[in-house]
Ligand binder design. Structure first.
Ligand code: ADP
Ligand code: MG
Length: 449
């Protein structure tokens, strides 16, 4: 996220919770002016704003920023353009208790769940019907229906939301059940520090007491053997006791590189459901519901414009909406379509939305856990030939590159090699569902990274 996007996200959350007069008074003309080593410098227009942000809003700003960037250590506020003048933060004239509390950010310490993610505010459409149904079933009878439940799909499409919704629903229905949500990176960090501090036994015991274990983004376990081993044992211990395990990933288990075979087969042993890309109607429905949650509304023309231009990422739909809401608050009027085009220009036409040969090649290499130079090499190994053919295929379909260009770009191959690759993938796609899925996921990466 750029500084601007990060700050937009903060403003969007804050303005939900304070009056528009207050919002305009204290947050107008604020921005993040720099970020360094976990410290964020926020620039504000005058000393009043500085004092208020430091004393009244610092805690919540910190919480929001921290939820977006776990490495954040502190925030400092500075006046105006004079960015060299750094002020010490927290010269508390108001006590801690005066800091505003926004309940939606109270992440439950015990479970790690954010109460904002529920089934009630999760929109269901053809793109996520199956994972939604499976998630509901699991929330009703944890440990008894699909175990594990494995949900996968591209960035910003609701994996974390649906995983946490299960957790929140379980706590609501079964207050005695111990639920624990964790990213796979947190799990890895836990394993590493337990080994270092010789606390592995305690670490294991802690996990084995859990009734519902939710691990987000398990693709990050790729290549981490020791963590995988621990996870395998934890998994078995829970599974044998009919405890529920819920996992997410950006790809199906079989496409996670460097995953121990026994863990892969565990992941595949329950229900696997994927979230695909929402269709236009669903994207509009999401925008409408998010506006309603924010107690605001926009003309259909505007919803249509956003939904037609942002197609692959629900988080970006929300980001776009946030900008419009901020505009609304600051200007006290609804933006017209020209305003909207300007406000969203850099989301919609951002370089991230535009594929380049480099991005395609990078995305393919990363997806298959290869180096870019592997794709360029002359190797005839299947693990390399297929990804290379996919890269060639994508250069052709996404960029309309010429065959001679494609051949050259992938390590100086002949144009006939590029034609062959393109035709081979087209043919394989007719009968190979897995390939189709993988290419879809790669495309999502190209367009959302
Ligand atoms: P992922 O984990 O797949 O990257 P998230 O779960 O973080 O995606 O979703 C990104 C944002 O979009 C979140 O703010 C989430 O609440 C919202 N979102 C995703 N799917 C839906 C949905 N079906 N209905 C409503 N909001 C959604
Ligand atoms: Mg997520």
């Amino acid at each position: 996220m750029t500084n601007e996007e990060l700050w937009q996200a903060v403003l969007a959350q804050i303005q939900l919770n304070i009056s528009s007069a207050n919002f305009a008074t204290w947050f107008k003309s604020t921005k993040i002016s720099s970020q360094k080593e976990g410290k964020i410098l926020v620039s504000v227009p005058n000393s009043f704003a500085k004092e208020w942000l430091e004393n009244k809003y610092n805690k919540i700003i910190f919480k929001i920023l921290h939820s977006l960037d776990e490495d954040l250590k502190g925030i400092e506020y500075t006046i105006g353009k004079n960015e060299l003048k750094v002020y010490k933060r927290q010269t508390a004239t108001l006590s801690e208790a005066d800091q505003l509390e926004f309940p939606e950010f109270k992440i439950n310490q015990e479970t790690n769940l954010n109460p904002r993610y529920t089934f009630e505010n999760f929109i269901v459409g053809p793109f996520n019907e199956l994972p939604h149904a499976a998630a509901l079933a699991v929330a009703k009878s944890p440990g008894l229906v699909y175990n594990p439940l494995f949900i996968y799909g591209g960035v910003g499409l609701g994996k974390t939301h649906v995983l946490q919704a299960i957790g929140n629903e379980v706590i609501k229905n079964f207050p005695d059940k111990k639920v624990r949500y964790m990213s796979s990176e947190k799990f890895t960090a836990g394993v590493i520090s337990s080994i270092k501090n010789q606390e592995m036994e305690a670490f294991k015991l802690k996990f084995r007491a859990i009734d519902v274990l939710i691990i987000d983004d398990v693709q990050f376990l790729a290549g981490k053997e020791k963590t995988q081993e621990e996870f395998f044992h934890t998994f078995n211990a829970l599974y044998e006791k009919n405890k529920q395990i819920i996992l997410s990933s950006d790809r199906p288990p079989k496409a996670i590189p460097a995953l121990a075979e026994r863990l892969r087969s565990r992941f595949e042993g329950g229900m696997i459901a994927d979230i695909s890309i929402p269709d236009l109607e669903t994207r509009i429905a999401i925008l409408k519901q998010k506006s309603a949650e924010r107690r605001t509304e926009f003309p259909d023309e505007i919803y249509n414009y956003i939904a037609s231009n942002i197609q692959r990422n629900i988080r970006e739909l929300e980001g776009a909406l946030n900008r419009l809401i901020i505009f609304q608050k600051l200007n006290n009027r609804t933006p017209d379509i020209e305003n909207v085009k300007t406000l969203l220009k850099n989301i919609i036409l951002s370089p991230a939305k535009i594929a380049t040969p480099k991005k395609i090649i990078q995305a393919v290499a990363e997806f298959y856990d290869l180096k870019e130079r592997d794709l360029m090499a002359a190797s005839r190994k299947k693990e390399i030939v297929t990804p290379r053919q996919i890269a060639m295929f994508l250069l052709r379909t996404e960029l309309k590159s010429s065959y001679p260009f494609i051949g050259r770009r992938l390590g100086g191959k002949d144009h006939t090699t590029a034609i062959y690759a393109y035709e081979k993938i087209v043919k394989d796609l007719e009968k190979n569902k897995k390939l189709e899925e993988e290419i879809d996921l790669i495309k999502q990466r190209v367009f959302s990274s």
